[in-house]
Write a protein that binds this ligand. Structure first.
Ligand code: ADP
Ligand code: MG
Length: 245
């Protein structure tokens, strides 16, 4: 079997102190492989967003290990060590939080292309931004706009373009289609599926069961910080992708 892109083992996160201890995530173990889309669902407050932050290396677990590309990212202490810059890209619930509000959108979308790669001119970056935004049906946008000039749904698609632009190994997305109308959400779903078909692993949080069923290969249901059920929707995917499991 191919090595997992991300592997969380025995993850726990506890908030609060002195009698008000709250277990946000409890002994959670999950592995996600290249090209796989894992959905995470459950009631509000069950630990979905915390789980995403753990898998993205944005929050340190109080117990357990997170491996990205096989390496324990917290092995050296309080600074996470991802395998390479841009290995994991997050898309947050609040789309504006994924973008720098002072930057024109061409700059946010193409920033992942500037890390460890040949230098691009501003013109090249603007052209690349237009190309990637077109895939999310945003070809009509002026790439010199600021995020504050866009609707929430447009911002979310810009954030998704940024997350996918440099071919990340893993994308974690928190309610990525929550602020979108049905047609736009379907377009975003298609783009996420294409990214998975090209080998990107995705972990997607949603309370929209129907949308997750369309998109995910596997759905984890959480309750009070634990995975309480796992539904495999597309068991043949690994075989189709030729893993020697
Ligand atoms: P979900 O995304 O499923 O709604 P979260 O992962 O955001 O759930 O939160 C899980 C639980 O942990 C909730 O009860 C929430 O209130 C609590 N929690 C999350 N983040 C913090 C924090 N930074 N400080 C204290 N409690 C938190
Ligand atoms: Mg949440």
């Amino acid at each position: 079997m191919t090595a997992p892109v991300v592997e969380g083992s025995g993850l726990s996160v506890t908030y609060g102190q002195r009698g008000h201890v709250h277990h946000a995530v409890v002994d959670l173990t999950v592995a996600v492989h290249p090209g796989e889309i894992v959905g995470v669902t459950g009631a509000s407050g069950c630990g979905k967003s915390t789980t995403l932050r753990l898998l993205a290396g944005l929050e340190q677990p109080h117990a357990g290990t997170v491996r990205l590309g096989g390496a324990d990212i917290w092995a050296e202490g309080r600074t996470p060590r991802p395998p390479r810059p841009g290995y994991v890209m997050p898309v947050f619930q609040d789309p504006v939080a994924s973008l720098d509000r002072r930057w024109p959108i061409w700059r946010s979308v193409t920033e992942p292309l500037t890390v460890g790669r040949p230098r691009m001119s501003k013109q090249e970056r603007m052209a690349a931004a237009r190309e990637h935004l077109a895939r999310l049906s945003l070809d009509h946008l002026d790439v010199r706009c600021l995020p504050t000039q866009l609707s929430g749904g447009q911002c979310q698609r810009v954030a998704i373009a940024r997350a996918l632009v440099a071919g990340p190994a893993l994308v974690v997305a928190d309610e990525p289609t929550a602020s979108l109308d049905v047609t736009t959400a379907a377009g975003v779903t298609r783009v996420l599926r294409e990214a998975a078909d090209q080998g990107t692993a995705l972990v997607i949080v949603s309370h929209d069961q129907d949308r997750l069923s369309v998109l995910a290969d596997r759905i984890l249901r959480m309750n009070r910080g634990r995975v309480v059920a796992e539904e495999v929707l597309r068991p043949l995917v690994h075989a189709r992708r030729g893993t020697d499991e």
